[in-house]
Design a protein around this ligand. Structure first.
Ligand code: AMP
Length: 417
């Protein structure tokens, strides 16, 4: 497999798919440029080699072409500043052949939002009166998608995918384009490479014991992940709102805690499956409860299955913190997805913080720790410990699909699996 480090871009034009889907305020000012910064090592390497780059990204969910509130023109000046070159702009990503051809070594061209074209995602836009009409429109879009992909591919000599955030999508620029380049001329960018290696350390090259901490609100949104993890981990810590579905299924009293009554059977099945697979499930034993869903609620600590009527569990208690912490600190591989409580309220962050701190300690002692998927990333940022874990994933949905055990089209298109 080709790698960006080995590849010499001198005199080559590289089509680089990045994820510049950054948040903008009402004045179209960038409010968080982390995604742009994350792609800089890849872009800078290509330019430093004497190559030129065609930078391609989506932004938001445009409904038409063009949809100017999603124009990448808004980020052009900042990309130029960060990259240290005067980046040119192609106002139509599908009509940029001349601008791409004119690029000289060391120059960069930013394409307009790929998703202005429905061909990027391959899904027809609009309302359809019948299923037949929809199927016919889909066929046309798919045919057009081929042409669109060929056009994008024609701009460059090589293809670099550095957009892990969209790696779970089989879109024109994230996966389909790769087949227009031979194996020596397509590769992951540095960011994507780090993400792929991190997932590999969790899913295949795993040092043991391997502990996953699954938090968040609902079992239903994490079933596929939990089922797949039950074939991989040694310990599965169940935390967050999910706790109460398990507690109720086991006969505990949970007051008005968040609970999915239609998932009680499933919770018991997951516990059985864990037993059959020799996986230790670690459940909370105590909870920090509140008399209302608010930061200022009255609070108390009680055993997790003895929550009084009218009260709800909004975080784990101190005994649970100790149990979770001991398991985490004895682990060599750690995956954290989802907070242990309603960490958005300062009075219910303690459990999530204690999990974060245990992960930091384990990491200092040589464990590999991966934090990913939405709110646990917000947690490590809030607690200021993002740089003390091994890796914080940038790809929410993509990471979750990877740990569900699915093949990600953006990875497969380059690596072959
Ligand atoms: P998820 O997106 O599924 O990872 O869920 C994250 C959300 O779960 C956060 O917004 C937390 O506030 C919420 N959460 C965690 N624990 C609880 C709980 N005990 N009760 C209600 N919500 C919770």
């Amino acid at each position: 497999m080709q790698t960006i480090d080995k590849f010499n871009f001198a005199g080559k034009k590289a089509f680089v798919r990045v994820d510049f889907n950054v948040p903008l305020d009402e004045n179209l000012q960038i409010t968080d440029d982390n995604r742009i910064r994350a792609a800089l090592p890849t872009l800078k390497k290509i330019l430093a080699d004497g190559g030129s780059v065609i930078i391609a990204s989506h932004m938001g969910r445009p409904k038409k072409n063009p949809d100017m509130k999603y124009s990448l023109n808004a980020i052009l000046a900042h990309v130029s500043d960060l990259l240290g070159v005067d980046v040119k702009f192609a106002p139509d990503c599908a009509k940029a052949a001349d601008q791409a051809a004119a690029l000289k070594p060391g120059e960069a061209l930013l394409l307009e939002n790929l998703r202005f074209y429905e061909e990027e995602e391959g899904k027809p836009r609009g309302e359809f009166a019948t299923d037949d009409e929809k199927a016919a429109a889909k066929k046309v879009t798919k045919e057009n998608q081929k042409k669109f992909t060929e056009t994008l591919a024609s701009y460059a000599d090589c293809y670099v995918n550095d957009a892990f955030g969209t790696a779970h999508r089989a879109h024109a620029s994230t996966a389909l384009i790769a087949k227009y380049f031979d194996v020596d001329n397509k590769m992951f960018g540095y960011l994507m490479e780090k993400e792929v290696i991190a997932v590999q350390k969790i899913m295949t090259d795993t040092a043991r014991p391997f502990t996953a901490i699954m938090g968040g609100s609902k079992v239903s949104s994490k079933i596929d992940i939990i089922e797949n993890l039950l074939t991989k981990v040694d310990n599965l810590i169940i935390a967050g709102g999910m706790t109460y579905t398990f507690t109720k299924a086991l006969g505990g009293k949970i007051g008005i805690s968040i609970c999915e009554d239609d998932k009680l059977e499933l919770a018991l099945e997951l516990l059985e499956k864990a037993k059959a697979n020799n996986v230790k499930i670690v459940l909370a034993v105590d909870a920090k409860i509140a008399d209302s869903f608010s930061n200022d609620a009255k609070t108390a600590f009680v055993p997790v299955g003895e929550i009084p009527d009218g009260w709800e569990g909004l975080d784990i208690g101190p005994k649970t913190e100790k149990i979770f912490g001991d398991v985490i600190k004895a682990s060599k591989t750690i995956l954290w997805n989802g907070p242990t409580g309603v960490f958005e309220f300062d009075n219910f962050t303690h459990g999530s913080r204690s999990v974060g701190e245990a992960i930091v300690e384990a990491t200092k002692n040589g464990a590999f720790s991966l934090v990913g998927g939405g709110d646990s990333v917000a947690c490590v940022n809030k607690f200021g410990i993002a740089d003390q874990v091994s890796y914080v994933s940038t790809g929410g949905g993509a990471l979750l699909e990877a740990i569900e055990g699915r093949v990600l089209p953006g990875i497969e298109a380059i690596r072959g699996f």
